[in-house]
Design a protein around this ligand. Sequence first.
Ligand code: 6PG
Length: 239
Amino acid sequence: MKKIVFRDHDDLYRHAADLFAQQADLAIQRAGRFVVLLSGGETPLPLYRRLTQDPWRSQIDWKNVFVGWSDERCVPLTHEASNFRTANETLLSHVPIPDDHVFRIDGEGDPALEALAYETQLQTVLGQESGADLALLGLGTDGHTASLFPANPALQEDEHWFVPVHIPEMAQPWRITATLPMLNRSRKVVFLVTGQEKTYALARIRNGMMLPASLVRPQNGNAVWLVDQASSSQSEKNP
Ligand code: 6PG
């Protein structure tokens, strides 16, 4: 588990923006396009905002960037919980990505049908075998990532790229998530973790517990955890 601990959020998000720009440049040089799966939740939003500013905005060849999501809540795209809405407001509406390069997970349709339709859409860009060039992921306090929650059957999926999940205890119980085979085909995975409330989950992962986030291990081993001191501090008493 390659982990980099940052003293402050400015350093963390600057490093994350540099990584994003570097991966974009490498992918576009290699294949003429950069495919990134954005994460939902709050943690990545400062990164998205930073990417709309220089130097990153002018460094990235946005016309060759393709954007998908690692998961989406099954809500309308205007809903406050929509991962599309938050990424659109903080990043996509501020940079010159062609509209047809943005692959939104349709949260309004039938979750099972949309999961199938979405993986077919991404396969037109990626082909049947390869994965995203970069997958951005967060960490839930229970160790979930994307919408792969502990003990959820979606963790067992070994064929499909995206599946519907039902988590009755969540405010938005239906979601569509990338599966472990999909995430583990990514060329690079970057986890962004901040806040004291993530300390326990991060410590359990570091201690080898098999939580969903610890099962994300790209085949080429290229995963890095960018964490702040608050989420990485050992001093916090585990609940
Ligand atoms: C989602 C995310 C989810 C998120 C974690 C952390 O759609 O909610 O995919 O996995 O990354 O729950 O959320 P925060 O960044 O808001 O703490």
